[in-house]
Design a protein around this ligand. Structure first.
Ligand code: PA5
Length: 434
């Protein structure tokens, strides 16, 4: 019952892995001794052991109270303060969570805001809130990010208008820096309940902190299991021996493929609930490795849907890609395909088989086709899509990303490039000082 990794379908040769071993050893030591670039942001490495138990219990208590009282819970944040929670929410809750009757859901409807600058999105969201009991979690480490700040300003004034300033305070929860930043100051002045984003954990590594844990607990996700899975991963993937460490095998395999000339890594899933895992993963790898003129371009596809759109390019286009496929070993829910008297669609040969079975064959068939098309495949398998294995997978990707970044010779924990568009935008908006 573990996260599996198989690089036997990647055309990587044994000697290539052997060649990487000394570099891997160096990367492992840099990370674990805390002596690599960006070492002030490696708090996630042993987080599952050292996290603040008191804060964790507070998350559970607050979440349970919100679950009882709220019809709608709005999670406001962007980038690292958004994508992890969204990925876990989409993967681990009912596909149509917000449409289920409240008694079945046993949790509020969950909406995300502040992750775009779309006037339509925000207006449409506000239009769904009539007659609902609303609670808000605003998440921002810096406290100054424009998208969530604008969304929060609108939601705050809506809550204050609807409930009065005093009651609005009881419905707003701020997740931010422990002592500094505009959101911290606002939360202190207004008297909001706050949760702390640790100083030594950057946004894209923060899903297992209150950033992800509060929204996920409110959504009814078992955060104990999530943390337990991640903790088991932290122990297993602390092993410096690549032959026993699948996470390191992944980090090394993608660097070998990159050095062979592959420019694009495509994360593939066969489960719509994993679409946002792809979005989270793209930020994690794109922001960590895409710098100093280097970096694999992380892309993602959702199969089988995208086999009908991107399948052609992957099979037959420029051979600068490899795939990392996420495969679920078992379907927790499944439906049987029934016999039809007329059989006009010709599907009677599948009578008694399940959709899950067909999905599996779609994966196996696609894998064979793409291998024939010279697309190396790295395969990550999960026994089932549950909190424990999702927690493990999160840590798997985080640790592999850090190691891969060190193998590539970059600082995997900074993001100097993300500021460039902001200063242009602020200048155009007439912000003081720009
Ligand atoms: O990783 C990053 O730096 C970004 O994606 C940030 O997480 C994102 O901009 C949100 O930042 P903040 O939490 O400060 O609002």
């Amino acid at each position: 019952m573990t996260v599996g990794f198989d690089y036997s379908k990647s055309f990587i040769k044994k000697h290539e892995v052997e060649f990487m071993k000394p570099f891997l050893k160096e990367a492992h030591n840099l990370l674990h001794d805390g002596e690599g670039p960006g070492n002030e942001f490696i708090g996630w490495l042993d987080w599952t052991e050292k996290y603040d138990r008191q804060e964790y219990e507070k998350i559970k208590t607050v979440a349970s109270s919100i679950r009882q009282k709220a019809d709608v819970f709005i999670v406001v944040g962007i980038g690292g303060s958004y994508l992890g929670a969204r990925a876990a929410f989409e993967a681990l809750t009912h596909t149509f969570h917000n449409l289920l009757p409240k008694e079945t859901r046993n949790a509020p409807q969950i909406y995300f805001a502040g992750n775009n600058m779309s006037p339509k999105y925000m207006t449409d969201l506000m239009e769904t809130l009539d007659d609902k009991e609303i609670y808000v979690n605003v998440i921002s480490k810096s406290g100054t990010t424009t998208e969530p700040a604008i969304a929060f300003r609108i939601l705050k004034s809506h809550l204050e208008e609807k409930y009065g300033k005093e009651e609005a305070k009881n419905r707003i929860f701020a997740t931010t820096d422990k002592s500094k930043g505009a959101l911290k100051t606002l939360a202190t002045n207004e008297g909001y309940e706050t949760f702390v984003i640790p100083d030594d954990i950057g946004g894209r590594y923060s899903v297992l902190t209150p950033v992800g844990l509060l929204p996920l607990a409110v959504a009814g996700i078992d955060i104990d299991q999530l943390m337990e899975g991640a903790h088991e991963a932290a122990i297993q993937y602390g092993n410096p021996n690549i032959d026993e460490n699948r996470c390191y095998q992944y980090a090394v395999a993608r660097q070998i493929l990159h050095r062979r000339g592959k420019e694009i890594e495509i994360l593939v899933n066969y489960e719509p609930g994993l679409q946002y895992l792809g979005e989270w993963w793209k930020q994690l790898y794109g922001e960590s490795e895409g710098k100093d003129g280097k970096g694999l371009f992380p892309a993602s596809v959702n199969f089988t849907a995208d086999l009908h759109s991107m399948g052609q390019l992957i099979q037959d286009g420029k051979r600068n890609i490899f795939e990392t496929s996420i495969v679920l070993e078992s379907a927790q829910k499944d439906l049987e395909i029934t016999e039809d008297e007329e059989n006009l669609d010709g599907l009677n040969y599948l009578k008694g088989k399940t959709i899950g079975h067909v999905n599996r064959k779609a994966f196996e068939g696609t894998l064979l086709a793409h291998l024939e098309g010279n697309v190396p495949n790295l395969i990550i398998s999960l026994p089932r899509l549950d909190e424990f294995h999702f927690g493990k997978l999160i840590y798997f990707f985080e640790k592999a990303c850090a190691i891969s970044g060190y193998l590539q010779g970059v600082n995997p924990f900074d993001q100097p490039g993300v500021e460039a568009y902001k200063s242009n935008m602020f200048k155009l908006l007439g912000k003081e000082g720009y």
